[in-house]
Design a protein around this ligand. Structure first.
Ligand SMILES: [Zn+2]
Length: 698
């Protein structure tokens, strides 16, 4: 999977590279002809917007952006600037110096001028399509956006804003986190209030540059951004090797960074057709090879409404999301995983969930009759000096919850915590806890199977930890801290672990599921692993949302609802793109056409025509007006993607219950009930292919 696509939105600053006496003023921006004439007088001072501003906020923010780009490539992050003169502009737009700021305007002046600039529409347009957006705006700049704007629940917005301005941030469909700032924070970070937002963004991006997996973490749990900036960074002991390739045109998402390395649990897992399996090292098969290999999926409340009415796009009245919604394993006769991994830290984050799990036990909570593995979720408390749980607490929790497997209390040795001096402490603590956990497990007569956690920072330390766990008496050991380690390095670790394994030793790999490494991992003794990436791919990114058993991947067809969130539609209506009734009828025509196509009652070309007729109109207006160029571009791009899907009709040849039951709905990108079902289907495909690989090996 590519990393989340990142956008930084920052504001213009009064300080600029040069301040010619005749710089532009507010009056100059009011009339296009005058603006052009005045700009011509100032051409010698012209430069790209990204380089024009010299205020602290802008400089620090751009330094952060550069660090991320050095690590992940130019396309990893885009920048737009909210200029009080030019409106919302990309960093490469050439501009000339001006003296206009929202900061000195009164509330109503901000509103009027922002309306003239079309700031709100431009902002909405600018952030569309980005997974993760950082917004660094002061009060009047935020005010100028008149939030809410249309965002998607699949987007994450992180606002760096002063405490008093948070009231301007409201009503967004996207996951939203406000890092609220005051003098206290400025003091804490030894930075003036001016520039603090830029400073903190830089601090965050600096860490992300070193540990790119944090992008996904922040995308999913934006609150984690605060933790990231509060963590002091030291070079990773196990370096990340990210190999970058240019984005390909076929997914149509310009600038999307595709990461073609083994550092991430990616959709590359599903791409082994394009890739070689990693070579199996010339060592005899691990003595535990007869134990096979199992796939666990992490529990993250992935559920759908089983009674959803796809024709009317509604759930039945009175639906209880906990009681009525179903997990994938309640839809598929045979679950698409051998087990589920539940992290205590994740459960504890929701009081309601924790209370329910305490009351009825984990197995009943997730309504799963297969194996349930529990761990503490060490990433959640990585910055604590010691884990927040004792062996007794987790032993009781696993026992009470009815877990099949329970992992000892561990502490991660990654990033800043792999620093000499820290890592030894965490290493000893993890082993000490494993010993304590097993002793108390035996003494207490607990019924679940204990697992010893092994952490380390190089092949030798991992090998030593595994050996120690085996000597303590463990026959199931979990290797932690390797989720983002390149497969080749994991193989080096497994080679060092290999001599210590016994025929009874099971070895779990946390957070690593890479198709191309499965044969090598299995050969070297891995007997289980976990990952959620096949599921999430269904709604992350614009292409490759639907995977097929043949190994091909397809974009899902976007038919956003006219009813529902509605902001996009409001924009379209305000811009006069079409009347609501027209949009509604085109939307329904598109859905109807897809259903007719599915039953063989409409040709591919006619279907595509109906789909694209709606699709091109939902392109967001630019400056409050329909943008025929952008519409045409969208249409051309989507035509290729959708045609491929409709030509192959992969859902028809899938025999999974979701594709069989909801048919063409599974490839329509529209709301949780279609999108997450598509994720369930992808998990099914992943699991089928995984089992095939294992079968071919035996
Ligand atoms: Zn299917």
């Amino acid at each position: 999977m590519g990393y989340p696509r990142v956008l930084v939105v920052t504001s213009c600053t009064g300080e600029k590279r040069c301040k010619p006496e005749n710089q532009l003023t507010l009056e100059d921006f009011k009339e296009k002809a005058r603006l052009q004439q005045r700009e011509a007088q100032l051409t010698q001072f012209a430069c790209p917007a990204g380089q024009m501003y010299t205020g602290q906020q802008h400089l620090r923010a751009m330094e952060g952006v550069q660090l991320l780009r050095q690590s992940l490539g130019r396309e990893a992050v885009d920048v737009v600037i909210l200029s009080a003169g030019y409106g919302v502009i990309p960093e490469d737009k050439t501009i000339v110096p001006y003296e206009v700021t929202f900061n000195t305007m009164k509330g109503y002046e901000v509103g009027e001028w922002a309306k003239f600039l079309g700031a709100r529409e431009a902002f909405e347009k600018a952030i569309a399509g980005y997974d993760l957006v950082f917004v660094l705006l002061g009060e009047n700049y935020l005010r100028s956006l008149s939030l809410p704007v249309e965002t998607s629940p699949d987007q994450t917005l992180v606002f760096l804003a002063s405490k008093t301005t948070a009231t301007h941030i409201q009503g967004l469909a996207a996951r939203t986190f406000i890092l609220s700032l005051s003098n206290a924070e400025a003091k804490r970070y030894h930075c003036g209030l001016v520039g603090l937002k830029g400073f903190l963004l830089k601090r965050g991006l600096e860490k992300v540059a070193k540990q790119p997996q944090l992008l996904e973490t922040i995308y999913r749990e934006p609150k984690e951004f605060e933790r990231v900036i509060n963590t002091d960074f030291v070079q990773l002991e196990l370096p990340l090797e990210v190999e970058r390739v240019q984005p390909v045109g076929k997914n149509g998402r310009k600038g999307r960074l595709k990461v073609k390395s083994q550092t991430t649990e990616t959709n590359d897992e599903l791409k082994e057709k394009d890739r070689e399996f990693l070579a199996i090292p010339p060592l005899p098969p691990a003595p535990n090879i007869h134990l096979g290999m199992q796939y666990f999926i992490p529990e993250w409340d992935d559920k759908v409404d089983p009674n959803y009415d796809f024709y009317n796009d509604i759930s039945p009245p009175g639906r209880d999301t906990y009681a009525d919604d179903v997990y994938a394993h309640e839809i598929y006769n045979i679950p698409n995983y051998d087990g589920i991994l539940v992290s205590k830290y994740i459960i504890d984050k929701s009081k309601k969930k924790k209370a329910k799990v305490d009351e009825i036990g984990i197995r009943e909570y997730i309504r799963f009759s297969g194996k349930v593995m529990g761990d503490c979720g060490a990433f959640g408390y990585i910055k604590e000096e010691v884990p927040p749980y004792t062996s007794e607490q987790v032993l009781d929790y696993y026992q009470k919850g009815g877990f099949n497997y329970g992992v000892s209390v561990d502490h991660l040795i990654v990033g800043p915590f792999a620093e000499p001096g820290v890592r030894e402490k965490r290493y000893d603590l993890t082993l000490h806890n494993a010993d304590d956990f097993l002793r108390k497990h035996r003494a207490g007569g607990y019924e679940f199977k204990p697992m010893g956690a092994a952490q380390g920072w190089n092949p030798e330390t991992y090998a030593k930890a595994v050996k120690a766990c085996i000597e303590m008496g463990y026959d199931y050991i979990a290797l932690g801290g390797l989720a983002r380690t390149p497969s080749k390095q994991i193989i080096e670790i497994l080679k060092a672990v290999h001599p210590h394994l016994t025929p009874n030793t099971r070895l779990h790999l946390f957070g690593v599921a890479r198709m191309n490494a499965i044969p090598a991992f299995r050969h070297l003794g891995i007997t289980s692993f976990d990952s959620a990436s096949p599921l999430r791919r269904a709604w992350l990114g614009s292409g490759d949302n639907y995977n097929s058993l043949s190994g091909k991947k397809y974009a899902a067809i976007r038919v956003p609802p006219v009813d529902g969130y509605g902001v996009r539609v409001r924009r379209l209506l305000e811009a006069g793109v079409a009347k609501r009734e027209t949009l509604k009828s085109l939307e329904q025509d598109a859905l109807k056409a897809l259903r007719q196509f599915d039953t063989g009652n409409l040709s591919l070309d006619e279907t595509l025509e109906k789909v694209l007729a709606y699709d091109e109109l939902v392109e967001l207006p630019r400056d409050g007006k329909a943008d025929p160029k952008a519409q045409a571009k969208r249409r051309a791009k989507h035509e290729v993607m959708y045609r491929k899907l409709l030509e192959d009709t992969p859902w028809k040849s899938c025999d999974c219950p979701i594709c069989k039951e909801i048919q063409v709905e599974v490839v329509i990108f529209r709301g949780n009930n279609r999108n997450r079902r598509r994720g369930f289907h992808n998990t099914y495909v992943f699991y089928q292919r995984f089992k095939q690989i294992i079968k071919n090996l035996t």
